[in-house]
Design a protein around this ligand. Structure first.
Ligand code: GDP
Length: 478
């Protein structure tokens, strides 16, 4: 999302770091560069002006107190980081739970903003934390909104209160109200109310949202906004703020390639925190919005905190403990373990999204974008085509076994060979680490035997490295 902004920020800072001593003229140049980058990213003018004058003032005040150019550049960087965190809303705020359940969350926003999708994501997020949410289908306008919510609810095991078919039929205020009554009677501790949007702001839409609000008295009204609509996001959010009011913002479609101005403008303009971020169509593409992590990403420092959290979630306690115990006892890392890791990695979501969270990802933009997601699936298929014995002890993998595995996985024998070679290298690396040695060429991913991007593992490249004659024969026979 913020690639162009990240590139511009990185450029401005590397120029600044290249200076011996930083002068006030250098600060001015940096400010002009940042100002232009923000405006090109569709950040609202008033926000840009405040941001720039803050940076200019604080940087000029800091310069004389620092001796070396490096320290000065670092100080300016910190000032920009702090200012960015501030315009993104400061610290993350969580949903306030009602003293007397259920906690009622009402979603508002334009049609297509992603409210229904978000309703499912929120319900899953809170259900995973032990809450008992109920989804209420009060969007009776948009074609199929009710069915869509029912399908989402079913997929996550969260009940959906949908007494009306929608598609223009039914009274949304009545549905919302009876949804709350139903939740109270069945002791759900949270209610998420999906409401109708329109393609643009209109009075009827606002009136309906206001009537629903007054009927259910929500604990939180979340304004859902598509981050891709650029400058329009500010206008829309102001209209909703004045029309129905809201307590927090949810930015959707942060995975898009838009310039991200909405994210940077909305919190300061509406004075409401951005509480959640939606980064894709899948239920898992969702997280709490952390201003400091977002600032870190925009400045090209990556988002290692989120990456670590996702890894922790995906690698469940059992798997990690088992691996650790094996590692400590000196047992070999087997293809069985490797398969478990691949499965956990698939649970973490899209590889290019994960890679994008690494510091400096901006500079490897091409590689990140070109990462072939299906390579993991193909690698998994190869390991899954092996027998338990083969997974435990790859040394038994002679030519005929490899040919059988390739056939089973729908791959070439060279692909199997490639995987076994890389796995052997990873196994060797694990041994070196265990013995206190520094492994050569750790690959930088922290993941042993990562499947390589497809571009690098070109099929048909006849390069035999194997001392195994059966294998070599097969390689040459292709
Ligand atoms: P609603 O009219 O506000 O209820 O919007 P929907 O929930 O139906 O979403 C509209 C479209 O946007 C659907 O096709 C969703 O799959 C898609 N969508 C929702 N959230 C995201 C997101 O974070 N990223 C992307 N890429 N698409 C999203």
């Amino acid at each position: 999302m913020f690639e162009s902004l990240t590139t511009r920020f990185s450029g401005a800072f590397s120029a600044l770091r290249g200076r011996g001593k930083i002068s006030s003229a250098d600060i001015e140049t940096t400010c002009i560069e940042i100002r232009q980058a923000l405006l090109e990213s569709d950040v609202a003018l008033s926000v840009v002006e405040t941001f720039i004058s803050q940076i200019r003032e604080k940087s000029l005040a800091a310069l004389p107190t620092l001796q070396s150019g490096t320290n000065q550049a670092q100080a300016v960087f910190e000032i920009v980081n702090t200012a960015l965190i501030e315009i993104l809303g400061g610290s993350a705020r969580r949903v306030r739970f009602a003293k007397n359940p259920p906690t009622v969350i009402m979603l508002a926003g334009l049609q297509g903003a992603g409210k229904t999708t978000l309703a499912g994501k929120l319900a899953k997020f809170y259900a995973d934390q032990g809450n008992t949410p109920l989804l209420v289908a009060s969007d009776l306008q948009r074609p199929n909104a009710v069915t869509q919510l029912q399908v989402v609810g079913e997929s996550i095991g969260v009940p959906v209160f949908a007494p009306e078919p929608g598609n223009g039929v039914g009274d949304p205020v009545k549905v919302a109200k009876s949804g709350i009554e139903f939740a109270k009677s069945k002791l759900y501790n949270m209610v998420i109310v999906d409401t109708a949007g329109r393609l643009g702001i209109d009075e009827e839409l606002m009136n309906q949202a206001v009537s629903i609000r007054d009927a259910i008295n929500p604990d939180e009204i979340l304004f859902v906004v598509d981050a891709m609509i650029g400058q329009d996001a500010v206008r829309t959010s102001e209209a909703f703020l004045n029309g129905v009011g809201f307590d927090g913002v949810v930015l959707t479609k942060l995975d898009g390639d838009a310039r991200g101005g909405a994210a940077l403008s909305i919190a300061s303009i509406t004075k409401r925190p951005i509480m959640f971020a939606s980064t894709g169509e899948k239920l898992a593409d969702f997280d709490i919005f952390y201003p400091e992590r977002m600032a870190s990403r925009i400045l090209g420092m990556g988002d290692v905190a989120t990456l670590a959290e996702q890894a922790k979630k995906a690698f469940d306690g059992d798997t990690s403990a088992k691996l650790e115990a094996k590692f400590a006892s000196g047992e070999d890392f087997t293809l069985e373990d490797f398969l478990e890791q691949l499965q956990a990695m698939s649970k973490m979501g899209s590889m290019s999204k994960l890679l994008g969270m690494l510091p400096g990802a901006g500079q490897m933009k091409k590689q990140v974008e070109n990462f072939d997601e299906s390579e993991i699936v193909r690698t998994k298929a190869i390991v899954q085509s092996m027998t338990p014995l083969e997974r435990q002890d790859p040394k038994v993998l002679n030519g005929s076994r490899r040919a059988r595995i390739a056939l089973g996985a729908g791959r070439k024998v060279s692909d199997v060979n490639n995987l076994v070679d890389r796995f052997a290298a990873a196994q060797k690396m694990m041994k070196q680490v265990r013995n206190g040695g520094m492994p050569a060429g750790m690959g930088g991913m922290g993941m042993p035997a990562m499947p390589k991007p497809a571009a690098k593992s070109q099929p048909g490249k006849k390069k035999s490295k194997s001392g195994n004659p059966a294998k070599r024969a097969l390689e040459q026979g292709q």
